[in-house]
Design a protein around this ligand. Structure first.
Ligand SMILES: [Zn+2]
Length: 271
């Protein structure tokens, strides 16, 4: 058992939505509801790092193998999209792997295949898992500010409805750790993109707040509002409510990165 696993026990706060799993010297977060429903899931904590750019390919692959072993899932079938801050969502068919060409320029994956884990990485962006417990379909979406601006969670939802005949009332949403509404500060250019697109929303003044000469954007509330407006039940949206920026001792935060250190956490879900 490594010493830092004990530190997590003392410092990282669980809540009604997520719990901390400590296993073989590592710790990760799990959505209680998904686990109750028999769906394997995780959001990793430091020191596990899934960045392709800031560590060797071997270290990266080994970290994926470690988390797969902890979750008792098959590394060889693990699928991860390339992630380019797009709003593209694809369905996993018969090709598996991390960063394979089938998933280039993609930020979300869907599958109904048992034993096929789907993963997205994030550091401040919101990982969103969607689960249809009736039709047994899962999605995993990387919703950074650009993905949120361009409705990737809505695209994933519509694809689940079209391709897998999912019913809106059966869809459960799980928002992973991300930068919170008080920490996600933007300049006028990003503010204008959000304001111009979403000024019609009733709660736009809650989603975007002015702070001195900058703006704060609540991407969680925006994603939630978009889902509720398309008919998703508010009670079916579970939020980890843990800020990556404020908890950078445990979680990778892009905005807290230093010049020589940048990491990514991974969200994985598997039927
Ligand atoms: Zn925060």
């Amino acid at each position: 058992m490594r010493a830092w696993a004990l530190v997590y026990n003392k410092s990282m706060k669980e809540n009604s939505v997520v719990k901390i799993v400590n296993k073989d010297g590592y710790s990760y977060l799990e959505f209680k509801k998904l686990t109750e429903l028999g769906v394997k899931n995780c959001f990793t904590l430091k020191p596990l790092n899934f960045s392709f750019k800031h560590q060797s390919e071997v270290d990266n692959r080994n970290n994926f193998k470690i988390i797969c072993k902890l979750m008792d899932i098959d590394y060889d079938k693990l699928c991860r999209p390339e992630q380019k801050h797009t709003n593209e969502v694809r369905t996993v068919k018969d090709k598996y792997g991390v960063n394979i060409s089938e998933f280039s320029f993609t930020d979300g994956l869907i599958t109904n295949q048992e034993g096929v884990p789907i993963a997205t990485t994030a550091a401040d962006c919101t990982p969103i898992i969607i689960y249809d417990s009736q039709n047994k379909v899962i999605a995993n979406v990387h919703s950074g500010w650009k993905g949120t601006l361009n409705n990737i969670v809505i695209n994933a939802t519509n694809k689940m409805i079209e391709e897998f005949k999912c019913q809106k009332e059966n869809l459960l949403y799980f928002f992973g750790p991300c930068i919170c509404k008080d920490c996600f500060e933007v300049e006028t250019d990003v503010y204008e993109l959000f304001y111009n697109k979403y000024k019609h929303l009733d709660n736009i003044n809650d989603i975007i707040r002015k702070k001195n000469d900058k703006y704060l954007i609540d991407t969680t509330l925006l994603n939630e509002t978009l889902l509720i407006n398309m008919g998703i039940k508010k009670a079916n949206i579970y939020k980890a409510d843990i800020c990556t920026y404020e908890n950078d001792n445990y979680l990778h935060s892009y905005r807290k990165r230093t010049s020589d250190s940048f990491g990514l956490g991974v969200a994985i879900v598997c039927l």
